[in-house]
Structures are given as C-alpha cells and as structure tokens.
Design a protein around this ligand. Structure first.
Ligand SMILES: [Zn+2]
Length: 469
C-alpha cells in the first residue's frame, strides 16, 4: 500500500538523457526490451501491491476476496493470481456505481484526489463513470499511444491533427495525453465539419492525423468529392482507434490510398481499465498482424472462458483478461469479453518484447450468432466483407430472430467505381457461404448511402432483444 501511495503522489517520469532518445530505436528502450522473466517479475510485484491496496481501500474488493476466501497475502506467484483471485466484470462495476454515493464504482480515493471525469460510450444503456487521479492521467493513460507512433517514425516536434470533437469518452483524450508527453504539436480539429477539417489539414500540413478508421476514410471520400488531392497535405502517419477496421487489409489499403500513402498505426483500447495495445512498424510493413500490449502499464493474459483458467498453450484462443495499474478505480482481472490469441515472446523483427495479440481482437464473446446451428462471429463476417472486391468498408450487420432461429442480413455499400451491384451481391453471398457454411441475405447499397459516424461506427444491429419471436 505504501509503495502504491508513492507512485500515486505523481513521481515524475524519468527524463531521458538529451540527445540519446531522439535517435533511440524504441520509444522506451528499457521497457520494450525487457526480458519476459523480468516483465513477469515486475507484473507480480505490482499486482500484489495493487491487490493489497484495493483490499484496503475499496469495499467491493474486500467483499469479493473475503467471499472467495482469498487474502492479499495469499498471492505469492502469478499462478496464485491466475487461479485464486476472482474476476471482475462490467456489471460488477455498474452495480457498485449505482450503490455508491459518489457516482463512481470501485473508487479508491477521496474526493479531492479526483482530477478527470470520463465515461464510457454507454452502448448498453447506463454509462459507466470513470474518475482519474492525476497519477492515472499522467502515467497510466499518458503514453500508451507513443510506443506505436515512435516506431512508425513520429518524433518530438512533429504535429498531430485531432480529427474529432472531444467529449467525455476517454479514448482520444489518452491520445492527447500521449501526444503531449511525446512532445508533439497538438492541433485540435474540434468544432468543424469535415470540409473545414480538410481545409485546415491542407493549410497546416500536420505530420499525423488521428481519428477513427471510418471517419478518416470518410474524409478521403469528401476530399475526392471536392476535387482535393489529400496526398498534397503530406501526412506521414494516420493514427486510428475505436473500432475494428484498420487491421482489415482492404480497409487499410483504402485508407492509405485516400491519404497519399502514409503509415498507419492502429491501436486497440478498452476504456474502463485504460488498456492499450498498439501496432509496431513491422505490422504496418506486413511482417505480422496484431498489436503489442503496452505492458509498461498493463498486465494481460488469456483464459478459457468456460473454466476461467489460463489457456493450455499460446496457440489457443481465449478470453482476454486485463489488470491495469490505474489506481483511482482499480480493475483487477477485468473480463474484456474479447477473444484473442496472445504471444508472450513475439519475434517478428520489431525488437519489442511486449506480448503480442496475434491477429488483434479475433471476436467478441457476445458477438456470436447461431445461424442454423452454426456459430458465427460478427468479426468473421466483417473480415470477409473487407476481402471482397468492389465492397466498400461501410456496412451494417442486422441480426434478427425468426421462428426461434437467428438470421443475419448484411448491408454493404458498393465502392464508387463498382456499378455491377448484382454481381457484387452474388460474390459476397458466395464468399460468406463458402467461408462460414451458412447463407445470409446480402443487400448492396449505393456509395454514401449508409450513415457515417465520427466516433464509434454502429455496424452491428442486434434486433433480437427488441421483443421479436
Ligand atoms: Zn512488433
């Protein structure tokens, strides 16, 4: 507890010696090159401290651990942690939030330590409130993005254009914190429409632009419609986050073409624990597909969702469980409901030692639909759409229940040059049937006809909960 309080006080980050860090291969040589054994040792030390801290400060954890018959002193190894400590799920945090006078679930700090308010996008109804201490902001959420940006060539003094309006959602705030930490010139593009932003980008020529993949692609469409050649802006890096997309090859290609060939750095974040995983340059070069967990601030492992125990070997897909070292609202063994495959000692040429989510998020546990007895993950449908020529990366999946059976309809826009909509519909229908072993309805729409979103694109519409059959 003592040790956590020390960090909590906001000890300054170690300064990098002048002259060496600009030429360093990695943003954080010490951490990115740390051996697996040493990383595990650091994780264990921090986890033990965090568990003791949470047990001491957060009534929820005391109840949870007492009920499970586990005391902080019992956790001596990572195996103890994996096998004995209970999981925490989002509904637990929501219930604690509803019962709390402060409006924050799992809160561990007194009122005067609260520094930033955020909330999750609330796709499931009531939003989850998040409180950040200055430690949470300065350290845990501070540089998650910088690892990938640095690897792709951004350096202090470069500029980054933020192509969205800031709200309570944490996602891009953490990018802003990272940009500031890295010494980038931050250009806020809020309060403008897409044309206004395009004009600014052409005028200010930022080195990097950040936004959701769908919105950045939409900016490309707008530029084309206005007769603007975005390549003239000279943007060297697109930083994307917030939705599955940038890791789908056709989507990535379309983005790169629309912006005149920049590098693309995708990040996968989970807002509640401030989880971050980012792509390295080797991924953008096509040498690997996936993202590195920013282990500096996150512990991450994979369990069999049925047994709750670690998967037997690394080739196995399982549920991603994360623990972050953010102290304002500790999340210990947080269930993400994401299905992943985790390489603990990746080796694809980038030199990072941080664990690698091979293939990114493969599916969501709740993103599964059973059509005529076949289990289909919506992410599988998404990647098939991304691989069919003539299909634009703008689509919607509508899930319905008909006579006790799940059904899925795919609505997809044709690319502007694709005039044979019947042919595209057939190609898609066949590809989906061949790859997934079930037929689904496909509806091809005109370019630009599906709605565009600035923050999180709504692609999956589950109508089964609307009181259908
Ligand atoms: Zn790598």
């Amino acid at each position: 507890v003592e040790a956590v309080s020390g960090v909590e006080a906001g000890a300054p980050l170690a300064e990098r010696p002048e002259g060496t860090w600009r030429t360093a291969r990695h943003w954080d040589e010490r951490w990115q090159r740390m051996s697996r054994a040493e990383l595990d040792e650091v994780h264990l030390r921090r986890i033990r401290r965090l568990i003791a801290y949470a047990y001491d400060r957060v009534p929820f954890y005391r109840r949870l651990y007492d009920a499970a018959g586990v005391h902080p002193d019992d956790i001596r190894t990572l195996r103890d942690f994996e096998e004995r400590v209970p999981f925490v799920d989002k509904p637990d945090v929501m219930a604690d939030q509803e019962a709390s006078a402060s409006g924050f679930g799992l809160e561990s700090v007194p009122r005067e330590r609260r520094a930033w308010f955020h909330r999750t996008s609330g796709t499931t109804g009531v939003p989850l409130n998040e409180v950040f201490t200055s430690y949470d902001r300065q350290v845990a959420a501070y540089e998650g993005w910088a690892y990938g940006w640095w690897d792709m060539g951004l350096r202090p003094g470069d500029s980054m254009y933020f192509a969205f309006n800031f709200g309570t959602f944490i996602g891009f705030w953490s990018a802003l914190f990272s940009a500031e930490r890295m010494g980038l010139l931050v250009i806020p593009g809020g309060g403008l429409d897409t044309r206004g932003r395009l004009r600014q980008i052409l005028e200010l020529r930022p080195d990097a632009v950040i936004g959701t993949p769908t919105y950045l692609l939409h900016m490309g469409d707008c530029a084309r419609a206005e007769g603007i050649d975005l390549a003239e802006a000279g943007v060297r890096l697109l930083s994307t986050a917030g939705e599955i997309g940038a890791n789908v090859p056709s989507f990535r290609r379309a983005l790169r073409e629309a912006w005149g060939g920049p590098r693309i750095c995708d990040i996968y974040g989970i807002s509640e624990p401030i989880f971050a995983a980012c792509e390295c340059a080797a991924v953008d070069d096509g040498a690997a597909n996936g993202l590195h967990v920013v282990e500096r601030w996150i512990h991450s492992y994979v369990v069999d969702p049925e047994s709750g125990l670690p998967v037997a070997d690394e080739s196995q897909v399982g549920e991603h469980i994360v623990t972050s070292f953010r102290v304002g609202q500790p999340l210990i063994k947080y269930r993400t409901h994401d299905l992943v495959r985790l390489q603990r000692a990746p080796d694809h040429g980038c030199g990072w030692r941080f664990a690698f989510l091979d293939g990114g998020v493969l599916a969501r546990l709740d993103g599964m639909v059973t059509i005529r007895g076949v289990n289909i993950y919506t992410t599988a449908v998404q990647s098939i759409i991304g691989a069919v020529s003539g299909a634009a990366p703008h689509y919607e999946l509508h899930i319905t229940r008909d006579g006790g059976q799940d059904a899925m309809e795919v609505r997809v826009e044709a690319l502007p040059g694709e005039t044979d909509h019947d042919g595209l519909r057939e190609r898609l229908r066949q590809e989906l049937r061949d790859r997934l072993m079930v037929s689904m309805a496909v509806d091809v729409r005109a370019p630009g006809s599906l709605p565009r979103y600035e923050l999180k694109s709504k692609r999956i519409f589950d109508h089964r909960k609307e009181g259908g059959a």
